[in-house]
Design a protein around this ligand. Structure first.
Ligand code: ADQ
Length: 734
């Protein structure tokens, strides 16, 4: 089949989605006024959009009234606003984004709030963004989703537009597994992200944290060398793509700005801090470290000033208001303690500063103190380096910032260690010019090369490359999962049939065991230390005939009937009652069995198959079938292109497995045998839930579906590999 060549995204227009647009709207004197947004994401992405054109989808930052229109003009690209109500902003933005994900991802669990109503709003706003993206995405084109506000949109977009390619970039840290799992909805967030084709982080450490979470929370297979996650029949590419800045533009502006920015350079030496006012940026710690400098190295008194700029940020969140108060008090106290008639140690500006002035401040500062407690990357460090166009200053950089991974020539500090930071500030202030120039030149070379254009290009190239591939499941993979679990114990293996041992086919009668799978199964059933049971929704006689191995145990009709060597045959007591009623139900279902739908009566249960029915006709048909089954007193359960009528007697595959285990090994079965269950169907979820903590469980295929199983197997061949390892594993030594 000829494949249509996808258009390269590397140079074309972009469809970008982020919470904030590059402009924030404010209502002044009744009219909407537009201002450039602040923050690292906008600084990084706006130049790329300007250059390439495209659409930027985002929230305008204000509730827009019915009679108001917001200006969507931008130089070279379009703006598509996603309008949010005040209530949505409260719960989605201030709530789940900034009170849950922001502190969680920055490893501040004590500041993290988990509110179900915030989560629900986060889901629905993400859905709104996904709809806007679905509308604007070109066929087979790329949509680039940004940051923690939109972690569910890749999944929602994929559901609406399976044809588009989705890239996701996280601008903040991805925290370690032990932190991320605190979130009650961590698995939903991971699944939402994994619908993307490529997921980018700033540094390799965050990518590894993400892989840990996928492996340990979703049971997915990951490749730590090539950085990929197996997600059903897809492999998702994970990568570290450190963001850069518009280096040349910063350098040029620094060159062009006349005079000294602070007006009195020469009289005082400047230690500069530039941040959004955020508790992750470590501003109080930095101010205290500066106080420590004045205590430990009094020679800097009356000669050095800490100039701290802070852009107001998220003042609706209580922690940010508290932080502002704390900084005000600290600055007041320290200035009170050290100030003389002609000198105050700390100059603190709580506002945004225009680009030209900011560049002049960077250029003229002697030291930049960039000491976040935790930061995804930190652009200020890079902007400072770009602006060192004359007498080079010294960059002091927190080890907790992503930027520290590449900007190794900076003087690195632990921002929690005030004494260390104070000594390093002293070292920076007394560093000779040769050392300053060498350190700065090497940083500037790298930052010029790895600028924001190069970041955009690298990410888009990665999104353009063929999808990641993990290769088939190997016996080594299986051994890693199974050996520590089985240890020296005998094994009892439970296997579903359709979709697990045989691929799903258009008619159940065609689902035959392939010779290689039969061989793998026999290698297991032949072993004295391994019992094998088939647990199927089919009638017992049917599945027993299909497998045809008398050494096995069989549970048919979702476990309503059980037989096999070494156990008493079991038939659920209500079986007869329901078996006598399915014929009438089948007859009733005839009335809706059009377009190739058909009914399979299986004694006490019945399956309505609609695999051949066109998609458009399915929803109405399924509704009718569910209603007929419920009216007849059955439980309607959804299965693969089928609805099953089950007796409502609280018996399912989970209970059947437990019955079989007790029957075969006695009530203390867990002391003598290890249990593995493999299935692909919704009805197997009953067993996964039931066996939680009691067995090792595997869900086959269908990555999009949530599962209670501990691990996933991508397809039927992976099940075969699992059985081959079990069948050939070393025997228990006597
Ligand atoms: P932020 O948390 O917003 O970004 P950062 O990378 O430091 O943090 O960027 C801040 C931006 O705001 C810089 O461009 C800076 O110049 C500007 N700025 C700060 N104070 C200012 C002031 N007083 N006046 C004018 N401008 C000011 C998030 C992540 C970061 C990541 C970026 C980009 O938290 O870790 O580096 O996204 O991915």
């Amino acid at each position: 089949m000829a494949r249509t060549r996808r258009r390269k995204n590397g140079s074309g227009p972009l469809v970008v989605a982020s919470n904030r647009l590059p402009y924030t709207f404010q209502r002044t004197a009744g009219a909407l006024e537009r201002r450039p947004s602040s923050g690292g994401l906008v600084s990084a992405l706006e130049p790329a959009l300007r250059k390439r054109g495209g659409v930027w989808i985002g929230w305008p930052g204000i509730e827009v009234r019915r009679n108001e229109r917001i200006s969507t003009e931008a130089s070279g690209y379009e703006i598509e606003p996603v309008l949010l109500s005040d209530g949505e902003v409260q719960r989605f933005y201030h709530g789940f984004s900034n009170r849950t994900l922001w502190p969680l991802c920055h490893s501040f669990p004590a500041l993290t709030q988990f509110e179900r109503r915030d989560w629900t709003e986060y889901e629905s706003v993400n859905e709104r963004f996904a709809e806007a993206m679905a509308e604007h995405a070109e066929a087979s084109g790329l949509v680039w989703v940004h940051d923690y506000h939109l972690m569910l949109t890749p999944g929602m977009l994929r559901a609406q537009r399976p044809d588009v390619r989705i890239g996701f970039f996280l601008h903040i840290p991805f925290p370690p597994y032990d932190i991320f799992r605190l979130c009650p909805w961590d698995r939903e967030l991971l699944r939402g992200l994994l619908a993307a084709d490529v997921i980018g982080f700033h540094v390799p450490g965050y990518a590894q944290n993400f892989l840990d979470c996928c492996e340990r929370r979703l049971g997915l297979r990951v490749d730590r060398d090539t950085l990929a996650v197996e997600h059903g029949d897809r492999a998702v590419k994970i990568g570290a793509y450190p963001i850069g800045i518009e280096f040349d533009s910063f350098a040029e502006t620094a060159n062009a700005s006349n005079g000294t920015a602070n007006g009195d350079k020469g009289a005082e030496r400047i230690v500069l801090g530039v941040d959004r006012l955020d508790y992750t940026k470590g501003i109080p710690e930095r101010i205290r470290a500066f106080e420590r400098l004045l205590e430990l190295h009094p020679r800097h008194r009356e000669k050095v000033v800490l100039l701290q700029l802070a852009v107001p940020s998220r003042s609706q969140v209580a922690e940010y208001r508290d932080l502002k108060r704390e900084i005000d008090e600290l600055v007041g106290r320290i200035n009170g303690r050290f100030a003389t008639a002609s000198w105050s140690p700390i100059r603190y500006l709580y506002r945004s500063v225009p680009r030209a002035r900011l560049c002049a401040l960077y250029r003229d500062a002697d030291v930049a103190l960039v000491t976040p407690l935790r930061d995804g990357m930190n652009l200020v460090a890079k902007e400072f380096a770009a602006c060192q166009v004359s007498d080079p200053g010294v960059l002091i950089l927190s080890r907790m910032a992503g930027a520290a991974e590449t900007m190794r020539e900076a003087l690195q500090v632990n921002p929690f260690d005030l004494d260390e930071t104070a000594h390093v500030i002293h070292r920076a202030l007394t560093m000779d010019e040769d050392e300053r120039a060498s350190r700065m030149a090497s940083m500037r070379r790298r930052e010029r090369r790895d600028d924001v254009d190069s970041w955009v290009q690298t990410f888009l190239d990665a999104a353009d490359e063929p999808s990641a591939a993990l290769g088939a499941l190997s016996k080594d993979d299986v051994e890693r999962w199974l050996r520590p679990f089985i240890k020296q114990y005998p094994l009892c293996l439970f296997l579903d049939y359709d979709g697990t041992l045989t691929p799903i086919v258009d008619h159940p009668s065609k689902a035959k065991l392939q010779p290689a799978m039969r061989k793998a199964l026999e290698a297991c059933s032949r072993r004295k230390d391994t019992d094998v049971s088939i647990v199927s929704g089919r009638a017992l006689g049917d599945v027993r005939k299909l497998v045809g191995d008398e050494r096995l145990m069989y549970a048919g009709n979702h476990g309503l009937e059980i037989e096999g060597p070494g156990i008493h045959p079991f038939r659920h007591q209500d079986l007869g009652h329901y078996a006598s009623r399915t014929a009438a139900l089948a007859q009733e279902l005839e009335a809706v069995s059009s377009d190739g739908a058909w009914t399979e009566a299986k004694g006490p249960t019945l399956t309505f198959h609609y695999r051949g029915v066109p998609q458009a006709k399915r929803p109405k048909m399924i509704d009718e079938v569910v209603e007929i089954m419920s009216r007849a007193g059955y439980q309607a359960r959804h299965a693969h292109a089928a609805v099953e009528a089950r007796p409502p007697i609280g018996w399912d595959k989970g209970r059947a497995v437990l019955h079989l285990l007790r029957e075969r090994y006695g009530p203390n079965w867990s002391e003598s045998v290890r249990v593995i269950y493999v299935g692909d169907d919704l009805t197997d979820e009953d067993a996964f839930r039931f066996l939680a903590g009691l067995a090792l469980t595997f869900r086959v295929g269908s990555a999009e579906a949530p599962t209670a199983a501990l691990h996933r197997l991508s397809d039927v061949p992976a099940v075969q590999t699992l059985l081959e390892w079990i069948g050939s594993r070393p025997k228990i030594s006597a």
